[in-house]
Design a protein around this ligand. Structure first.
Ligand code: FAD
Length: 432
């Protein structure tokens, strides 16, 4: 039956900010539709429209001057298409669903996702649209789990895209440029258990001698540093690969108490450590749903370099440790497996991800970024689409061989520029 009752709530946002509080959205109106038809009406009636996920990006990627759409009132039901007897298949959720809503449903069905980011608070579409990742040489970014998309295009019609479509690898990491995703499918697999052990005392010498071996030693490895020292290593192993975590890891010793990667923060916010096994979704994120992830008062940047450049890029940052230290809370080094998604930071090869949690001083952080980007330029560093960076469109073009194809896709799916914003004008240049 056609839906003809308009139940969208529309309001004028006052001082609506992103999670970090470093950006106030400029939209004139904010809409909260409850059905796909209402989304279609909003798009058809708007000159410029963007979706707001959980607002965890640190830049203006989701901002617009006209209409913002929040999809958390769409039907939140998780639909699972099972394939065969192996318990695998696809889980479908609506466009505003957060991982923290999806994951308990999957767990109840004995299903899992291959990976999660450091926090489950973010939306599935917002995360996969920006190439959000966890860690592990066997793991692609969260975007690589996407099995299908349903979007409202700029003419108001619904478009369905699956892996068989030639545009699909261009449409998954979409930066919000192609349409409003109302439904997304993720490939799922049978559940698995993980344990996390934190190690202290790894030296740079040992890390550089064995960089690949350290990164590949477990299902998910995170190295934390202040660029003077390696401060911690978090080693998350699947129980079927390793029953009990060893006391020693490349010369580092297992911590004997739960350990936060940030100074003076309560460990209650963290998922369980000390090698205690638990379900994938209770160990792969660093931070627990229901608690503030990380510190809350912070900014973030991240750059991805091909793994063969890992040591060179780390050495370049170590040489800047004194410049970085006054603004840094912590850095994290992870790995992401290669994929073929056009705008994925891991497009075309395995990468090392070099992350910075900064103090909340936007002016000084943004002033330092060009120096970091210059130091990393010889290593072909791609910035995280959802964090702070100053890399310009010309350089992004040289870093992403499929950028011209993405621009053509934007112009084809959104010829009137309904989903265009200042961020896309700066980074993608789809409209010249
Ligand atoms: C504490 C913290 C920890 C983090 N940890 C990690 C990490 O471990 N790994 C990592 O890679 N990143 C991490 N991030 C970054 C974060 O994952 C990304 O910024 C992600 O994009 C945030 O998702 P969101 O739902 O908040 O998206 P938003 O910021 O709300 O939106 C992101 C983009 O997606 C678009 N969008 C959202 N929903 C839709 C839709 N339905 N249809 C069309 N477009 C849509 C928006 O318009 C925008 O362009 C972290 C961020 C924070 C604050």
């Amino acid at each position: 039956m056609p839906e003809n009752r308009n139940t969208t709530s529309t309001s004028t946002p006052r001082q609506l900010r992103n999670w970090a509080g470093n950006l106030t959205y400029r939209a004139a109106r904010i809409h909260r539709p409850t059905t796909v038809s209402e989304v279609q009406e909003i798009v058809a009636g708007s000159e410029r429209v963007k979706v707001l996920g959980s607002r965890h990006c640190f830049n203006d990627i989701a901002d617009t001057t006209a209409d913002l759409v929040v999809l958390d009132a769409l039907d939140p039901e998780v639909e699972i298409d099972r394939l065969g007897g192996g318990g695998t298949g696809t889980a479908w959720v609506s466009g505003g669903t957060r991982y923290s809503q999806l994951v308990p449903e999957l767990a109840e069905h004995g299903l899992a996702l291959p990976n999660l980011a450091s926090l489950p608070h973010i939306t599935v579409v917002g995360a996969t649209a920006t190439g959000t990742h966890g860690s592990g040489n066997r793991n692609g970014s969260l975007s690589t789990s996407v099995a299908g998309l349903e979007m409202v295009g700029s003419d108001g019609a619904v478009i369905a895209l699956g892996p068989e479509e030639p545009d699909f690898p261009g449409a998954v990491v979409h930066l919000g440029a192609l349409g409003i995703v109302t439904r997304i499918g993720l490939r799922v697999q049978p559940t698995f258990d993980v344990h996390n052990t934190v190690y202290l005392g790894l030296t740079w010498d040992r890390l550089f001698t064995d960089l690949d071996a350290v990164a590949d030693a477990a299902y998910s490895v995170s190295v934390f540093t202040d660029w003077h020292d390696v401060t911690q290593v978090w080693v998350k192993s699947r129980t079927e690969d390793l029953d009990v975590a060893p006391e020693e890891f490349f010369g580092a010793r297992a911590a004997t108490a739960p350990t936060h990667m940030l100074k003076d923060m309560p460990v209650e916010n963290l998922t369980e450590q000390l090698g205690v096994p638990g379900e994938w979704h209770e160990r792969l994120p660093h931070f627990r749903a229901g608690f503030t992830p990380s510190r809350g008062e912070e900014l973030q940047s991240e750059y991805f370099v091909p793994r063969r450049h890992g040591r060179g890029a780390c050495e370049a940052l170590r040489a800047m440790a004194d410049r970085i230290a006054p603004l840094l809370q912590v850095s994290e080094i992870r790995t992401v497996a290669a994929d073929e998604l056009w705008l994925s930071p891991a497009h075309g090869g395995d990468v090392l991800a070099l992350h910075f949690t900064w103090v909340p001083d936007q002016t000084r952080v943004v002033a330092l970024l060009p120096e970091i980007e210059a130091a990393l330029r010889p290593y072909a560093a791609r910035p995280h689409w959802g964090k702070l960076f100053t890399t310009d469109a010309g350089e992004l073009e040289s870093l992403y061989p499929r950028m011209p194809d993405f621009r053509a896709l934007v112009r084809r799916l959104d010829p009137r520029g309904a989903f265009r914003n200042a961020y896309l004008d700066r980074t993608v240049h789809a409209f010249g």
